[in-house]
Structure formats: structure tokens, C-alpha cells
Write a protein that binds this ligand. Sequence first.
Ligand SMILES: Nc1ccn([C@@H]2O[C@H](COP(=O)(O)O)[C@@H](O)[C@H]2O)c(=O)n1
Ligand SMILES: C[C@@]1(CO)OP(=O)(O)OP(=O)(O)OC[C@H]1O
Length: 167
Amino acid sequence: MNSSNPAIPDIRIGQGFDVHAFGEGDHLVIGGVRVPHERGIVAHSDGDVVLHALCDAMLGALALGDIGQHFPPSDPQWKGADSRAFVRHCNQLLAEQGWRVGNVDATVVCERPKIGPHAPAMRDNIASDLGIAPDAVSIKATTSEKLGFTGRGEGIAAQAVCLLVRA
Ligand SMILES: Nc1ccn([C@@H]2O[C@H](COP(=O)(O)O)[C@@H](O)[C@H]2O)c(=O)n1
Ligand SMILES: C[C@@]1(CO)OP(=O)(O)OP(=O)(O)OC[C@H]1O
């Protein structure tokens, strides 16, 4: 238990989920990695579903709202934004409240592109932005067996969970 307040446990858990539609373009940004693709992404920012799900997991762990409340899609300053900046900002919010991320586990859902070859670079990016080891960051992927919007190749989804521990 937390030595300063025995009523507050020393761990918190958060989860996040995000979806973006495919649109015009020739690449996606996933986990901070530019992945060549025959479609682009429809989004206000760079549309990085993994990092958006991660931000929501981090914010959710401390009940700090969601990504749209911190970085409103109506705000022009986030147009085309690098979502790694959102992750670093969320990490700073956690640090200010005395928390750090213990580990992250994320799953990307899409038929294509193949995520596996890019997963090590995504893990490195996230680990670097959170100041934790790459082996505390897991990136997995699955198709949806050609079912639903991801199965039809209309878009991409990601979910993430993270554990927070006292800094
Ligand atoms: N976009 C994707 C989807 C899947 N993978 C990898 O392929 C494995 C099999 O996927 P199923 O949906 O057929 O179970 C999956 O476990 C991933 O390793 C991928 O890299 N990128
Ligand atoms: C990231 C933000 C930034 O304005 O916009 P989008 O890139 O459209 O992505 P979304 O997942 O809809 O999250 C909301 C916004 O915070």
C-alpha cells in the first residue's frame, strides 16, 4: 500500500481504444513508425491509433479524462500533430501526480499492413517516450478475419492497457 495514504493502492490500471478510417495517402503512422501503405489515415493529428489508445489508457488509469479533452480535435494546433508528443504530455501528467508507467500491452487490429515487422521500432518509440525499457512495452496485432470494418480494409483499430506504479 501507498505509505502516504493507505487507502490508495500503489498500482493503477488503464485501458484505451481508438479507431481511424483509411483515406487518401500512401502511409500510416502507427506506434510512431511511418508504415508504407496503399491508403492513408483520416484524422486531425497523425492518426496514430496505438498512441491514441495508449494516451487514453494512461489518462484512464488516473481518471484524467480522455485524449479529446486534453487535445481537442477542434484545436488547430493539433492538426497533423505527432502523437508521440501526446504520449510524452500524458506521461508528464502522471509524473506530476507521482506515477510512472510500469508496462504497456497494445493490440492493433487490421488486415493490412503487417504490423509484426514494425513492432520492435514501435516498442522502442513508446519506451523512449515513457522512459521505460522496451521489454515493458508489448505490441501485438491481429486481423479480424475479414469481418467488420477492419476486415473490409476500411480502417484500423487499436486497444491498449497500461499499469501505473508509484514513481
Ligand atoms: N495486421 C496484422 C495482423 C496480424 N499480424 C500477425 O499475424 C498473426 C495472425 O493473425 P490472425 O489475425 O490471422 O490471427 C498475428 O498473431 C500477428 O502476429 C500482423 O503482424 N499484422
Ligand atoms: C488526437 C486528436 C487530436 O485533436 O484527434 P485525431 O487525430 O482525429 O484522433 P482521435 O483518436 O479522434 O483523438 C482525438 C483528438 O485528441
